[in-house]
Design a protein around this ligand. Sequence first.
Ligand code: IPE
Ligand code: IPE
Ligand code: MG
Length: 234
Amino acid sequence: METPKHIAIIMDGNGRWATSKNLSRSEGHREGSIAIDRLMDSAMEFDLKYISLYAFSTENWKRPIAEIKAIFNLLDEFISTRLEKIKKNNIKVLHSGSESKVPLQSMKQIKRAIKETEKNTGIVLNFCLNYGSQDEILNSISLLIHDRISKNKDLTKKIKKEELENFFYTYPIPDVDLMIRTAGEQRISNFLLWQSAYAEIYFTDCLWPDFDKKELKLALDWYAGRTRKFGGLK
Ligand code: IPE
Ligand code: IPE
Ligand code: MG
């Protein structure tokens, strides 16, 4: 069975899951973090390689401050309680996104997880936190211009694809093969737009806190049945 090398997941529906159970939205996010733990166990079973998780978007700052705080607190808690397991499982943690505005404590935790897992060779777990594709592309253009200036290169020279991609938050992770969005919404919400140019996109009504091995298997089976052409012929 053809397995996708890079899976990107828009983990949506924590709020709706909580509301349906008369719980607070934060409790939905907590249950969502348990689903991440479960996902990693299944990912190892299915021998996956790169997983990008949309944990907080550049647009999520529009939410009430209490919810934002709860999400970052959960992230801190996730790392402090799961890092040993992540290390034991040979998982390598990465972060994609802007560091600006992210609470210092959360950035510290992420950097600790990245540092302590940098030599791991198993699954790459890419936390997309304060991530937005448009921000990423604009940021990369700025970095590229600065780089050219510092190296006395011609600023007007045509930009090559790979040259820009070098400055992406996701560099050097390969392009997305399979994008999964839970909770029934059929949109990309500014997630890995460039990297998903040829991704197969799978939508499921399952709410993120309910996502389990069976749901992942459904997505992988669906992916295996796709014919990828990349603009060519089969
Ligand atoms: C996704 O769940 C988690 C984040 C955006 C952090 P939501 O919080 O968007 O859940 P719904 O869409 O309100 O159900
Ligand atoms: C996308 O979900 C962001 C994350 C899952 C982190 P949203 O719930 O923020 O997306 P919209 O607002 O419904 O498009
Ligand atoms: Mg949502």
